[in-house]
Design a protein around this ligand. Sequence first.
Ligand SMILES: Cc1ncc(COP(=O)(O)O)c(C=O)c1O
Length: 291
Amino acid sequence: MIYLNGEWMPIEQAKIPVLDRGFIFGDGVYEVIPCYSGHPFRLREHLARLQTSLGAVRIDNPYSLERWDELVRAIVARNPWDDQYVYLQVTRGVAPRDHAFPKGVKPTVFMMSNPLTTPPQDQRERGVAAITAADNRWLRCDIKSVSLLANCLLRQSAVDAGAAETVLLRDGMLTEGSASNIFVVKNGGIITPPKTNFILPGITYDVVIELARANRLPLQIRQVSEAEVRDADELWLTSSTKEVLSISTLDGKPVGHGTSAGKPGPVAARMHQLYQEYKRTVMRAPDNVQS
Ligand SMILES: Cc1ncc(COP(=O)(O)O)c(C=O)c1O
C-alpha cells in the first residue's frame, strides 16, 4: 500500500496530475528511511532533515512531526516485509506551468515502502568497484531534492563502467558519492569531508561518526584531497540502504596497499560490526535509544 495526499491505495491506483511541479520542474524534496523489524531507524533525524530540505526550497511542511511519525509507522505496518525502506516525497503541488511559485497550492505528499535488502555478505567481503568523476552538480547538494538528473547521469557512468558508485571530486577535493557519503581510511584513521553545501548530510554518515567517537577510533572531519582518495588504505561508501560498504577498486585500480590491496580493510569490518550492533540496540528499544 502507498500513501498519496491523505489516502491509502495500491501503487497501481496512484495517479498525480501532469501539472504537478514535481513532474514539470523536479520541484520537491524527499527522504529514504530504513526500517528494521518494523522499527524506523533514526526517524527523528530523517524528519529533521526533511524539514531542513523543505525550508531550503520554501515549501511549507504539510504535516507536523507527530503526523509524519504516525504515517511512517502506518506505512510500515501496512506492508508485509520485515525490513523495509520508506520513500517519501513532497512537491510544491499542482499549478499551471510557471517557474515562480504558485499561491495557495497544497503540496503533494507521496509515500511508498519497499523491501530493504542490505548488501549481502559476499559483496561486503569483496567490496565494490567505483569510478571517479567531476562533481558537476549544483551548489546546494545539502538539500535532498528530487531534481536528481546530475546524480542519475553520474551514477549511470558508474554502471556503464561496470562499477557500483561514482566518487565525486570538486576542485581537487572529495565531496561524496552519487548516492552515498564517502569515508577514507589512512594509517588506521578515518577521514571524511565536513557537512557543507557540497554534500548531503547523510544520516548514516552521522551514525558512523558517532560510532567512531564512541569507540575511540581516530577520526578527522576535514577536506580530503583527490591524492588522499587515490592513496587511501580503505575507501567506504555509506548510505541508509548500503550501510557501510567498502570500495575495493577505484577507476580500475585496487584500493589500499600491499597484500590487502583490492580487499576491504579491517577498519571497515570493525565499523560494519559496530553499525550492526547499534542497529540491534535500536530494534530492541527503538524509542529510548534513538536520540
Ligand atoms: C547524494 C547522496 N549523498 C549521501 C547519501 C547518504 O545519505 P543517508 O545516509 O541519509 O542515506 C545519499 C542517500 O541516498 C545521497 O543520495
